[in-house]
Ligand binder design. Structure first.
Ligand code: FES
Ligand code: FE2
Length: 413
């Protein structure tokens, strides 16, 4: 449980709010690259409550500008892509990707008024199928050298999923290792599911790292063995977890507020040593429509099938994890009232993540860079984001085993 004021600190993402300012200290995904093909139309984007337009100019440079024209507010997503910028359809003002107003063709000749216009603009970069923006003040930090963002295209897939709730509910859900024994339980032979069902009350052990938390969840299985799953909370709003099929790699779920009651979950699947192969019929892409909205959603009660609950699945929503997660996280309301929750042992990783977020918000308020903001290129090696599952003997210390051995098992969801 947190106080009302603390709940607001955790959940509000607008400019000037503590969490909004924290999120803006990091590069954040604002769109999929596939939404902005070369020569494609400008795309209206809402991020952290700000109305923006994303476009590629005729040289291919990416711009993210305030949606409303600095002249009299017309919607720039209807604008014309020409002359190395985006031209407003109302009176023809022309903006470049940095927000400079290059032309005001209706003004008297010789006017220099355009030079005094500074339209809102954020730097962007395209990496690994994502378009990321820095929406904070001052010099942008480095984008951490995440290995999943520099993987070859056939070793990764990325898409996104619309959610009708505050981003923090999904972010906390992804580091909640207890729920997988229940919400995601489906009848299936073999794989990790057997262990998740065999021991439904794991030991949970968050270990602080430079990027956030390394999360150990440990279940007693096969009599005297331990099933150890390692996943991660990466500051301030993503998780790296097992998932997306077999192989040496992991899934990233990156939760970016649209506004305080909606968010995009950018879902990244990455395989280190092998091409990723064709999409799974049960994968994330199969769960969303062409607008990246869940086919099973709040409006249709996620198509819950109560007959299915008798034998095939715990929640009656077939096998897709995204609809299962959405049902649980959206069910807590547009913004979960955390003054009314009862934090239990199973939530100790969530409590640890909140402690990091509160500390980081204080750092920003007091003028310091928060955790995992990197500015020194020499300090920007790939963060040691480790995702693996192992079955180890009962007396092996789980914080140590991975440091001494190659994975004994491959991640499998
Ligand atoms: S409102 Fe855009 S040019 Fe006038
Ligand atoms: Fe989940």
């Amino acid at each position: 449980m947190v106080s009302r004021a603390e709940n607001e600190r955790l959940t509000q993402s607008g400019r000037g709010t503590p969490m909004g300012e924290l999120l803006r200290r990091y590069w954040q995904p604002v769109a999929l690259a596939e939404e902005l093909p070369a020569g494609g139309a400008p795309v209206p984007v809402q991020a952290m409550g700000e109305d923006l337009v994303l476009f590629r100019d005729d040289k291919g440079q990416i711009g993210l500008l305030g949606l409303h024209c600095s002249h009299r507010g017309a919607d720039l997503s209807y604008g014309r892509l020409e002359d190395e910028g985006l031209r407003c359809i109302y009176h023809g003002w022309l903006y470049d990707v940095r927000g400079r107003c290059l032309e005001q063709p209706g003004e008297p000749s010789g006017s220099t008024f355009n030079e005094r216009i500074r339209h809102g603009a954020y730097p962007c970069q395209e990496r690994g199928g994502l378009i990321l923006a820095y929406m904070g003040p001052g010099e942008a930090p480095l984008l951490p050298d995440y290995e999943f963002l520099s993987a070859p295209a056939d070793h990764r897939t990325v898409t996104k999923v619309f959610h009708e709730c505050n981003f923090q509910q999904s972010s906390e859900g992804n580091i909640d290792q207890a729920h997988v024994s229940f919400l995601h339980r489906v009848a299936r032979d073999g794989g990790d599911m057997n262990y998740l069902v065999e021991d439904t009350s794991p030991s949970l052990d968050p270990e602080e790292t430079d990027y956030g938390l390394r999360i150990y969840s440990v279940r007693r299985v096969e009599g005297d063995k331990q099933f150890v799953k390692i996943s991660n909370f990466v500051m301030p709003n993503f998780a790296a977890v097992p998932g997306g099929g077999r192989g040496d790699g992991y899934q990233v779920n990156w939760h970016v507020p649209i506004d305080d009651t909606h968010h995009w979950k950018f879902v990244y699947t990455y395989r280190r040593n092998t091409p990723i192969g064709p999409p799974s019929p049960h994968g994330t892409r199969a769960e969303v429509d062409s607008q990246y909205h869940l086919i099973r959603n709040k409006g249709n009660r996620y198509l819950q099938d109560r007959d299915e609950m008798k034998s095939k699945s715990f929640v009656g929503l077939a096998v897709g994890f995204n609809a299962q997660d959405a049902c649980a996280t959206e069910g807590a309301g547009p913004i979960q009232d955390r003054t009314d929750e009862h934090i239990a042992y199973t939530d100790r990783v969530i409590s640890a993540s909140r402690a990091l977020l509160f500390r980081a918000m204080r750092d920003v308020e007091e003028g310091r860079d928060p955790q995992h903001v990197i500015r020194d290129p020499a300090a920007n090696g790939p963060p040691e984001i480790l995702v693996r599952t192992d079955v180890i003997l009962g007396d092996v210390p789980w914080r140590e085993h991975w440091r001494q051995s190659a994975p004994l098992r491959l991640p499998d969801n």
